[in-house]
Ligand binder design. Sequence first.
Ligand code: CTP
Length: 402
Amino acid sequence: MLKGKHIILGITGGIAAYKSVSLLRLLVKAGAEVQVVITPAGKEFITPVTLSALSGKPVVSEFFTANTGEWHSHVDLGLWADCMVIAPATASSIAKMANGVADNMLITTYLSAKSPVFIAPAMDLDMMAHPSTRRNIEALRSYGNHIIEPESGFLASGLIGKGRMEEPEKIVEVLDRFFEKIENQSLAGKKVLITAGPTYEAIDPVRFIGNYSSGKMGYALAAEAARRGAEVVLVSGPVSLPAPEGNVTRVDVTSAREMLTACEKVFDEADVAIFCAAVADYAPEHVADHKIKRGDMPEMTLKLVRNPDIAATLGARRHGGQTLVGFALETDDEMVNGRSKLERKHLDMVVINSMRDAGAGFSGDTNKITVVTAAGDEKSFPLKSKTEVAADIIDCIENISR
Ligand code: CTP
């Protein structure tokens, strides 16, 4: 998959830079065109001569060549690349990337990169475990960067722990798998319906009952399905997100009833339906046609009536060949509740997230999921960015609809 790919290999100043030579060799051997960008500290560990000899290109390190004044454009480099790999990424470079401190050519190239970015941290175990490093890594993950987690093992300091840069062979495998995924148009010709975001149930013209759903998970799923070639209809509650790029028709709705009506229009033709919206279960029985005034009544009781269950309503009229997926955000008895939703709503798969897991759920940029299927399979995933979680979910859908 790497043949002909344009790859920027970013090398920062850590002892693991010696492994970057093997990584460069493997990438070139796989047919990639590699441009090395190295930080000034990186050059203390490994010489540009070795790197340019192996890549067949002059190594870029400074903003311009001192004796000729030739300017090295980080913007052009960022546009040229199909992907950027920063290996090793030291604690300091990670902090700069996370905070936009553009004080060397490598960081400016990172900030200009339009392509996917892979980051392979390497540092001593205490630095790796420090809350500031963890926070910076999580920030990079939330920007959509792919973190290639370091391994545990012997470190240059003589200590044993987590911080060893992943082996070059494994990094090449990660890249290979990534390109295999994006080039594979596995959902071409398929129609995918996705519900996303919260619903708002009006109380009066200025008030509603709603929830904290950001819509990020549903939008990430829409983007991922479209990237794999699907025609996507995204039925979205009120969120402040731009429509994903690609073949995505966004239908904006406000209430659960509107969401159901919009879904009913496309459901029969959908090959896959993913019910990701946090639909309000109840709505006020009556919506006041004027703003309810504070002085109107000394106390107020709102009578709520049950909203339609979109997933269950459509699940009851599903036809063969459709794959239906629901979500279950739970605070307790996650697996039991998740499985019961699977059966009750006639779904093929439920994605369970627990409110007890830090970083999982509604509003953040990350999620931690367990997938259960009607066939009885169960798979848990580590905390990842919602973009990565979307790819995992769609992989699971493809596996069960095969
Ligand atoms: N769902 C739906 N319509 C509703 C309620 C939920 O389509 N009125 C969908 C959600 O999009 C999700 C799944 O059903 O895919 C489970 O939603 P959840 O709110 O977790 O479950 P509920 O059925 O509402 O059950 P409970 O509130 O008891 O947890």
